[in-house]
Design a protein around this ligand. Structure first.
Ligand code: FPP
Ligand code: MG
Length: 333
């Protein structure tokens, strides 16, 4: 949960009970899926969807509310499916402070567990009675799911690529993170039957918020501790992922520093983790102020997100969306 989620507390509890019912069913096939995955997390994507929805419809007996709650559960389930696969791809052992499914049962079961959650998210879609609005929502869901996979494919393709550009980085995070944020906030507006301009504004809000979220995630990976992050620190570097602070450091580093970084990464690629290697890269990143430079980029995205909200009616839900944007910059995990 995050600052601003209180006013949609009841909605989130209802979404959570839908998630728990999926989790209980999935747990019968893959024991642990419930406690290890679906129970945790910040529930940011369904929160975004509900806040966007509530900007236009704040009543408790709203006729479209059930659709929005169902769709919130769909998005969170797909997100969790993608994390199960992500942990296989990155061979991660810990997520949200707990052992990952791949580390407990192996990759085969973890891939299938991800497929299972994808299938559950698709079944949930059948709950939504067909209409023009639902067709629109399904289209944007399909787009987000495709973008999610595209971003991950681009990321895997770019691993250990020292020449990766800022643009390539933005393409990756647009797909793997911003896409689902965008789908969540846009779906909230679409399901609330908001107007075209306001729907577009919320779509833009979600996109910028998602970009900021991932930039901060990548900064935290370099600055946080395992105890706070719930996963090992600097895991991006160990996986060969060059995130924004690293890209900036590579642009600024002198020849000697660049060569040293290159060697450290080549060794990591060969499975030889040089003592002090990651620490050296972090030192270069800090020496050239690259964490701050990346933070400035995240802040730019947050400002754009908040600016997009100008087109919306002023109420407590819009204010909560503004707060959510600031929370992205302040979070520690
Ligand atoms: C986490 O990012 C990963 C994602 C946001 C997307 C993962 C997408 C896939 C694996 C594509 C498959 C999709 C489906 C629907 C099955 P991160 O690795 O930067 O963050 P982390 O530190 O939390 O792992
Ligand atoms: Mg990952």
């Amino acid at each position: 949960m995050y600052a601003g989620s209180k006013i949609i507390g009841k909605d989130l509890r209802l979404i959570n009970s839908k998630l728990m019912s999926i989790a209980s069913r999935a747990d019968k096939l893959v024991p642990g899926i419930k406690s290890h995955l679906l129970s945790g997390g910040k529930k940011l994507r369904p929160s975004l969807l509900m806040l966007a929805y509530r900007v236009f419809r704040s009543g408790n007996k709203d006729r479209y509310l059930k659709q929005a709650l169902d769709f919130g559960a769909v998005i969170e389930t797909l997100h969790n499916a993608s994390l199960l696969h992500d942990d296989v791809i990155e061979d991660s052992g810990i997520r949200r402070g707990r052992r990952t499914i791949n580390s407990l049962y192996g990759n085969k079961k973890a891939v299938l567990a991800g497929d299972l959650l994808t299938a559950f998210s698709m079944s949930l879609l059948y709950n939504l009675k067909s209409s023009k609005t639902i067709e629109k929502t399904l289209r944007l869901f399909g787009r987000a799911a495709r973008e999610l996979v595209k971003g991950e494919i681009e990321e895997v393709t770019g691993l250990f690529k020292l020449t990766i550009s800022e643009k390539e980085y933005f393409d990756v995070i647009t797909g793997k993170t911003a896409g689902l944020f965008m789908a969540a906030s846009e779906a909230g507006a679409v399901l609330a039957r908001a107007g075209k301009k306001q729907t577009k504004a919320l779509k833009e809000y979600g996109r910028h918020l998602g970009l900021a979220f991932q930039i901060i995630d990548d900064i935290l990976d370099l600055t946080g501790t395992e105890a706070v992050l719930g996963k090992p620190a600097a895991s991006d570097l160990l996986e060969g992922k060059f995130t924004l602070p690293v890209i900036y450091a590579l642009q600024k580093a002198d020849k000697i520093e660049k060569n040293r970084i290159k060697n450290i990464m080549l060794n990591i690629r060969k499975g030889k983790k040089e003592a002090g290697g990651v620490e050296y890269i972090v030192e270069v990143i800090k020496k050239y102020g690259c964490l701050d430079a990346a933070y400035v980029k995240a802040k730019e995205q947050v400002n754009k997100a908040i600016f997009a909200l100008e087109k919306l009616p002023k109420n407590e839900f819009r204010r909560a969306l503004e707060k959510a944007a600031s929370f992205v910059l302040e979070r520690e995990r």
